[in-house]
Write a protein that binds this ligand. Structure first.
Ligand code: AMP
Length: 281
């Protein structure tokens, strides 16, 4: 596995792989790699001849400096597990390599950036995400890029970004990987206090309750939402949001019909977690 620190290093590696006739698969991450990330790497490995992972804690997508400071980092371990999962090129740039002095250009995806996470974290969050992903797409020039359904709003936004700006990349959205008890894997889970770990299941339980209500025939989105919120409160967690929205536009639904995203965010202790489920009715 090649370790790259600079844009030129990445381009050298990718150019050589392309010269050898290989397709390029790309997995952007912020590190603290877990099985969720590695499932994307393995999928890229199965689909593509050359697999690139980036590990970059992108400062511009954090609205809270304390969250940025507390974000877990362990590059040595990340490199080792990325290599074992089949990575060819591990890109771990310093912030100055990505944001040169005088950096002034931003990408924003209107409409999809504002609801859900946009309300809680501010629209600057997705501007940070869209800008860094656009840069990474230009640096790596992948044929296929892999994202997790866990961050459903982000995945939707990246699809739109690639389409709107004509990036010649196929965006693949892969299933959420969970702990055995159902908690969605997240780099932030390691920051959960032991006493809070059982309460973190509230998000999954809320989604289960909403899904069960729909399976039992409920089509009123407000009632489905209430079922989810009540189940979370039974686990002593208040959601920041628990929304039933269109999976295409993220607009709130009155009636549960078509492609539906049920998305939840909550603070458990000091850690902010998100999860979601997609339904097709
Ligand atoms: P992050 O490092 O949190 O920015 O995540 C990097 C990529 O991994 C994003 O596309 C995430 O959606 C994806 N990802 C994070 N957690 C999971 C998970 N539990 N299952 C599947 N994909 C995930």
């Amino acid at each position: 596995m090649r370790v790259a620190r600079t844009v030129d290093d990445v381009r050298d590696g990718v150019r050589a792989a392309r010269g050898a006739g290989k397709s390029i698969g790309f997995v952007p991450t912020m590190g603290a790699l877990h099985e969720g990330h590695l499932s994307l790497v393995r999928r890229a490995r199965a689909d593509c001849g050359y697999v690139v992972i980036s590990v970059f804690v992108n400062p511009t997508q954090f609205n809270d400096p304390a969250d940025l400071a507390a974000y877990p980092r362990d590059e040595t371990r990340d490199a080792s597990v990325a290599r074992d999962a089949g990575t060819d090129l591990f890109f771990a740039p310093a912030p100055a390599e990505i944001y040169a002095d005088g950096f002034a250009t931003e990408v924003s995806v209107a409409g999809l950036s504002e609801p859900l996470e946009g309300v809680m974290r501010g629209t600057g969050h997705f501007r940070g995400v869209a800008t860094v992903v656009a840069k990474l797409f230009n640096i790596v020039a992948p044929d296929v890029a892999y994202f997790g359904q866990k961050d459903a709003q982000q995945a939707l936004l990246i699809r739109r970004l690639a389409r709107d700006l004509d990036f010649p990349v196929r965006v693949e959205v892969c299933p959420t990987i969970r702990e055995p008890d159902g908690l969605a894997m997240s780099s932030r889970n390691v920051r959960l206090a032991p006493a809070d770990r059982p309460r973190a299941l509230a998000l999954r339980r809320g989604l289960d309750a909403a899904e069960a209500a729909v399976a039992a025939g409920e089509r009123d989105a407000d009632r489905v939402r209430r079922a989810g919120r009540d189940a979370m409160r039974a686990h002593h967690v208040d959601p920041e949001y628990f929304e039933v929205v269109s999976a295409d536009t993220l607009r709130p639904l009155k009636v549960v019909k078509g492609d539906v995203l049920i998305a939840v965010a909550a603070r458990v202790g000091s850690v902010r977690l998100i999860d979601n489920v997609l339904l097709n009715l």
